[in-house]
Design a protein around this ligand. Structure first.
Ligand code: NAD
Length: 296
């Protein structure tokens, strides 16, 4: 069997098209466009390219965006002060504020993220938003987790009563996704297992998955023998490895060519979860603007 491809790019384009209309309506009613401010610290090539694609996507749907660049030498205090100033709209209305991760090692990432006011926290990392999600009343859901759930819903992959196994327990992807899939309603009601670096006999657990999500950051960790025939396999991983000609190549956490012969559906890397993460960020930014304007 060759798995159905879960095309994140095509779905993201559809989401963007519908957001564009909603953004235009917002602009007509409030005489301004939603605005996203991204704080980019240092000059990591991958972070720069993620920020570029977020800004480009914002532009496509009519969301204003700005990137505030800060040298890698910035201290925690300087970054907290900067985020607070952005939140006071000193550099224009900032409906959504996003601090691109990772931050340099000397910076206290939690302190900087906590400085983003929860009502502008379009990444959904603030403890208030994490708490709301855990109580089943989500406001800003972390974008990648929201994107994975959207992908499942759009593909008509049943989650209710199915066993979803998530490999990876990060606050950014694994944990919020587990909460979403276990929550009540569309794209939820699954029985969820979270695996991580200390899980023993990973393959025995992943082979029980109707829905298997890999969010680890290890190239080809998930091999064909770890997948139940017909399962939906969602690959969140983004890993840069050396390609055959020595140039860099992006691969996920799933051994795509082998697993696609076993799975029922599979998301590719690139072109799977990545574009949906960006689309969900745009949706969160519009939501932030609407909440501020009293329409949310
Ligand atoms: P993280 O490093 O914070 O977490 C990795 C998780 O994997 C940890 O919970 C760890 O316990 C688990 N793990 C590590 N080794 C393991 C092993 N051998 N077996 C089982 N579990 C193991 O990473 P993250 O921020 O959650 O990101 C995970 C991956 O997803 C990375 O490749 C990252 O680049 C990618 N990512 C992609 C998107 C996107 O938009 N597609 C967004 C965020 C992260």
């Amino acid at each position: 069997m060759t798995a159905t491809l879960l095309d994140g790019r095509a779905l993201a384009a559809r989401i963007e098209a519908s957001l564009q209309g909603e953004v235009d309506t917002f602009a007509t009613v409030f005489h301004r466009r939603p605005r996203l401010v991204v704080v980019l610290v240092g000059d990591l090539a991958a972070s720069g390219s993620y920020v570029k694609s977020k800004a480009a996507a914002a532009g496509r749907v009519g969301i204003d965006s700005d990137v505030v660049r800060v040298p890698a030498s910035a201290t925690t205090e300087e970054l907290v002060t900067l985020v607070a100033a952005i939140a006071r709209d000193e550099q224009g209305p900032a409906d959504g504020i996003l601090v691109q991760l990772p931050l340099p090692e000397h910076v206290d990432t939690v302190a900087v993220l906590d400085a983003v006011p929860p009502d502008r926290d379009v990444d959904g990392f603030h403890p208030e938003n994490a708490g709301l999600l855990s109580q089943g009343r989500p406001r800003f859901v972390p974008c990648t987790a929201a994107g994975v759930q959207r992908m499942l819903i759009d593909a008509g992959i049943e989650t209710a009563g199915r066993h979803a196994v998530i490999v990876g327990r990060s606050d950014i992807v694994g944990k919020p996704l587990a909460l979403l899939l276990a929550s009540r309603g569309p794209g939820g009601d699954a029985t969820v297992t979270i695996c991580h670096s200390r899980s023993s006999d990973l393959a025995t657990i992943t082979r029980q998955a109707d829905i298997l999500v890999a969010a680890v950051g290890r190239p080809r960790l998930v091999t064909a023998d770890m997948v139940k025939p017909g399962a939906a396999v969602i690959d969140v991983g983004i890993n840069r490895i050396a390609g055959p000609d020595g140039s860099g190549k992006l691969v996920g956490d799933v051994d795509f060519d082998a697993v696609r012969e076993v799975a029922g559906s599979i998301s590719p890397v690139p072109g799977g979860v990545g574009p949906l993460t960006v689309a969900m960020l745009l949706a969160n930014t519009l939501l932030a603007a609407e909440l501020r304007a009293g329409r949310g």
